[in-house]
Ligand binder design. Structure first.
Ligand SMILES: C[S@@+](CC[C@H](N)C(=O)[O-])C[C@H]1O[C@@H](n2cnc3c(N)ncnc32)[C@H](O)[C@@H]1O
Length: 418
């Protein structure tokens, strides 16, 4: 996924100064300089980063044995022996990365021409908000890749951990103005979301924007139940031309769950459970999932960024590497307009010959080889690129003519690379 350079560089020294000051104000650190102190990072942050990383990656280790029973059953914010440092570690290390992923998705929508049509006051909601990560990711995305989200957007943040929610509420008050959105407001709702019940109270308004980031994989429900509840909720609470963004881990099982959720959503959409709802990204349509067709396959994106400077120290000491951020995602909208009207960066009428790269590209002699996914599923393909052409994971090929089977496809011609 390609993002503008200004966005890729947006979490530099100014961001570091902001988050260091903020953590100090919130009494998470004693002095802003601790964020770059070898000793503090090593002793107070890295053990929690490792623990969370193992937990999120479902790695089994002695320390995590209990937690690894199932991430759906642990209350990691509460169960820790040092919840303050655990929250700090999440906030300074995982939050920026997840926010950047959301900004990347926003930027992809911008690249393909998506724009909101109304300037009036917007309502947005984030489920399992943690420290308001999705809301801040949208602010970052809107700053560098604007979709025309209203200057007066009001956010509802839903989170079951009170301390994390309070941190998120305080953070938005700093991060929204930092991103030039002084008039964005928020309300926090300390609630346990239960997919067996209404996700939001019946009297809630319709929202223009629904976000969840690294949240659905922590729920126990199967994708069919999740889809059913989401469709019922969106039918009542998603505005016309509203947008839904779901970002989830890139791990095989979690990614496949998102693909299964997509399949169930499509099934429900066909049964008119939420009229007008359609899938935009990454698949550019409602075709059967090419990755789900094989038992061991899955689908993810990647976005590169200039990490906040202090996170390099954490990466080094924790033996992690966050130069590139993998994730799985799904974007839907509720609109009666055709896909190419919603995303005018795509060529009208070209859907049958449109494919997206769903793997990196490498050279096989003078050919480039990669996997593409389109209306007719996923295939391994080779293409001889022109000198002025390049492709990467996420590139869209339009006007493709090919021959061969799914294991060995030769692209003979294409109109353009988006
Ligand atoms: C991995 S964190 C992600 C936080 C944030 N969305 C982000 O991307 O950084 C998952 C969050 O979902 C919250 N959560 C999990 N299950 C929940 C539920 N049933 N209701 C409300 N919040 C929940 C957790 O407390 C946690 O803060």
């Amino acid at each position: 996924m390609r993002v503008p350079v200004a966005l890729a560089e947006s979490m530099g020294q100014d961001f570091q100064n902001l988050i260091a000051r903020f953590c100090h104000e919130q009494e998470l650190i004693q002095d802003p300089s601790e964020l770059t102190s070898n000793r503090f990072i090593e002793r107070s942050v890295v053990p929690h980063v490792r623990k969370l990383s193992d937990l999120f990656n479902r790695k089994k280790g002695d320390a995590q044995k209990d937690e690894q029973k199932a991430i759906t059953q642990v209350r990691y914010w509460k169960d820790s022996t040092n919840p303050k440092n655990l929250r700090l570690a999440y906030f300074i290390y995982f939050m920026p990365a997840n926010a950047f992923r959301i900004a990347g998705i926003w930027s992809e929508l911008h690249r393909l021409g998506f724009r909101f049509s109304s300037e009036s006051k917007f309502k947005a909601i984030e489920l399992g908000a943690g420290p308001a990560t999705g809301a801040c990711g949208v602010a970052l995305g809107e700053k560098f890749s604007p979709l025309g989200l209203s200057a007066t957007t009001d956010w509802a943040l839903i989170e079951r951990d009170r301390a994390m929610l309070q941190l998120g509420e305080a953070w938005t008050q700093q991060f929204f103005p930092f991103s030039s959105f002084d008039q964005w407001t928020h309300r926090g709702f300390h609630r346990e979301i239960d997919f067996a019940e209404e996700l939001v109270p019946k009297g809630s308004p319709k929202f223009n924007l629904w976000i969840s980031s690294y949240f659905l994989n922590e729920l126990e429900n199967d994708p069919a139940a999740q889809a059913d509840r989401l469709l019922k909720t969106w039918d009542r609470h998603l505005e016309r031309d509203g947008l839904v963004i779901l970002s989830e881990p890139a791990l095989k099982d979690q990614s496949r769950r998102l693909l299964e959720l997509r399949r169930e959503l499509i099934d429900g959409i066909k049964k008119k459970k939420c009229p007008g709802l359609q899938i935009l990204l990454p698949c550019l349509g409602m075709q059967n999932c090419g990755a789900l067709a094989a038992a061991e396959d899955w689908c993810h994106e990647e976005v590169s960024w200039w990490r906040p400077p202090y996170t390099k120290l954490i990466d080094e000491k924790a033996g992690l590497d966050r130069k590139t951020l993998p994730f799985s995602y799904l974007v839907l909208t509720r609109s009666s307009r055709a896909l190419e009207e919603i995303l005018p960066g795509l060529k009208a009428g070209a859907s049958a010959s449109r494919h997206r790269l769903v793997s990196p590209s490498h050279y096989e002699g003078r050919d480039s080889e990669f996997f593409i996914c389109g209306q007719d599923g996923k295939r391994r393909a080779r293409l001889r690129l022109q000198d002025d052409q390049e492709v990467e994971r996420g590139s869209i090929l339009e006007g493709v003519e090919y021959r061969g089977d799914t294991k060995a496809t030769r692209i003979d011609r294409l109109d353009r690379i988006v």
